[in-house]
Design a protein around this ligand. Sequence first.
Ligand SMILES: [Zn+2]
Ligand SMILES: [Zn+2]
Length: 190
Amino acid sequence: MILCIHNFPNRIAGLRFEWAWQNPKISVRLKMYDWQKKKTENGVQFQIRVLERMLNVPPWNKLPLTIQWLRSEYKIPLVPPLHMPIALGPIEEPSEIGDTVTSRETNCTLCHTTVSEDNNIYCVHNQCTFHLICLADKWVSKTDILPVSGTCPKCGTPQLWGEMVRFRNRLSKSKSDIPSQHWSDQLSQK
Ligand SMILES: [Zn+2]
Ligand SMILES: [Zn+2]
């Protein structure tokens, strides 16, 4: 294994991605492109060409994915969308950022009313507190349904929406095992 794509929002999204990557000629999202293997291309280079295309077309280009090269000697140039980091080295377990801070604010930085367990989201750096809807409204562009990234309105650090959602899920998972309403449900209720 030389490369790993991770941070899919769920298992199904990951499996679909994997299937399309292996079947670009029949995938609805990919079959319109030219997938003849070039004479100059080896198998890995072909796979990377498919991958680069996938990362730059819907629905995958909106996901907060991380491209991780496990072995630097096999690294091949590849241009993903700006919000997808390219990492190098073995995959590490996410650190438990939330555990060190004991008190988070209970009011939304944007509208100043109380947040609750099922409508909150925090900036990953300083745990500035927001309502999901308030921050999504601020960050979502006119053409997108979901926000991708933005600057924390309170502390000014750049944030990836996907990272904030994972952070939030980790916090709520550590408190209880009852699945809360999925955050995307709240966005679609608008
Ligand atoms: Zn609010
Ligand atoms: Zn912040």
